[in-house]
Design a binder for this molecule. Structure first.
Ligand SMILES: Nc1nc2c(ncn2[C@@H]2O[C@H](COP(=O)(O)OP(=O)(O)OP(=O)(O)O)[C@@H](O)[C@H]2O)c(=O)[nH]1
Ligand SMILES: [Mg+2]
Length: 347
């Protein structure tokens, strides 16, 4: 396989991965925390949360990094009767549904649950506001059992109930793993890219997807390089490297907007935040390439032959772009890890 054939195959594979979408719809009584969950699962401020009761009257889609979270209006109401609800809101096209409730489980939510599960859709129960689950003289585990019992009584069979708190950010990591387990492999990858990490394990899953992307992007950048980069003695496709950096930032949720939040405004993190922002521009990548090119010798070629072919694996351009991609990946990972640790400590 020639260098350009190998690169073309890898490019197609990356495009295919990038076109995968995951859609998760949420339904439940007004105020149970659907908007808050949408924001917690993505780690982005997408939906308006509030104490006001603006009852959802239309389907609302919130999109982040290939993940579509859909806020569904009430089922079987005067406005949206049961008979055309599924077709009207495209309910059977979603990958998964979440039936969200707080307080007691609501009889009104069983109708949609039955309508979708009868048609082979997966619907998980989420009891949000776990922080409010409290009863004088009763153990938490006992209260949780009662919630699961009331779901079983309403629905007619036992189902796992996922307990979350958007206030304390608890239970979200478990819910994310439960959602992931229901998706096919390509969609699982998309889910890992888009969902916010609440555990160290999830962060490491993100890292391994990024490592693979670094290797592929380095191969394509080295193989399709046409414009010489000043200061290095071979051509590299810079836009490919820039999209790699965007991929890594998005996977870790390190957007400009989230970097401006107070979680990142810690003096000790400033150097990492600066690197993550600075190297994501053309000038920044070029600088990083120049700084790193002296340090690289074409390395462990054999390891990469199955992934990118012999010619690319042996090229200096591949070794250097891989090196640069991994430097950027490590900065992003360290930053995300530091913030996650401080969030876990604060909880
Ligand atoms: N204590 C506590 N409050 C929560 C939790 N999740 C959400 N809330 C609060 O509950 C209120 C309603 O949350 P939303 O996320 O707006 O609920 P919603 O289901 O989107 O509401 P509608 O859009 O009106 O149907 C807000 O004041 C949230 O701050 C939680 O886990 N614990
Ligand atoms: Mg809402």
């Amino acid at each position: 396989m020639s260098m350009s054939e190998a690169a073309e195959r890898i490019r197609e594979r990356m495009l295919a991965d990038d076109s995968v979408r995951v859609s998760v719809a949420l339904f439940g009584q007004p105020g149970c925390g659907k908007s808050s969950l949408i924001n917690r699962l993505t780690g982005q401020q997408l939906a308006a949360e509030g104490v006001h009761n603006d009852v959802t009257t239309e389907r609302r889609d919130f999109e982040w990094n290939g993940l579509v979270l859909v806020d569904l209006p009430g089922y079987d109401t005067a406005m949206f009767p049961a008979d055309d609800y599924l077709a009207r809101f495209g309910v059977l096209d979603f990958d998964l549904l979440l039936c969200v409730f707080d307080g007691k489980f609501h009889q009104a939510d069983t109708g949609l649950f039955h309508a979708v599960t009868r048609r082979g859709k997966v619907c998980l129960f989420v009891r949000n506001k776990h922080d409010t689950l409290w009863q004088d003289g009763q153990e938490l585990a006992e209260l949780e059992r009662e919630v699961a019992d009331s779901v079983a009584a309403q629905v007619g069979e036992r189902h796992p109930v996922h307990f979350t708190s958007c206030r304390l950010n608890s239970g979200l990591g478990e819910l994310e793993q439960a959602i992931k387990a229901q998706l096919e492999p390509a969609k699982q990858e998309r889910w890992v890219r888009a969902a916010k990490a609440y555990t160290q394990e999830f962060l490491l899953e993100k890292k391994s997807l990024c490592e693979q992307r670094v290797t592929w992007s380095a191969a394509v950048a080295a193989a399709s390089g046409t414009i010489p980069v000043p200061g290095i003695n071979f051509a590299i496709d810079l836009p490919v490297l820039l999209s790699l950096f965007r991929f890594i930032r998005d996977t870790y949720g390190l957007t400009d907007k989230s970097l401006a939040t107070r979680e990142f405004a810690v003096p000790a993190l400033a150097p990492l935040v600066n690197s993550v922002v600075r190297y994501a521009s053309s000038e920044g990548v070029t600088l990083l390439l120049k700084e790193s090119s002296g340090m690289v010798i074409a390395e462990q070629v054999a390891k990469f032959v199955p992934l990118v072919g012999t010619v690319i694996a042996a090229s200096l351009g591949f070794a250097i772009t891989r090196k640069v991609g991994n430097i950027y990946l490590n900065d992003c990972h360290r930053l995300a890890e530091a913030v996650l640790k401080s969030q876990i400590r604060a909880a």
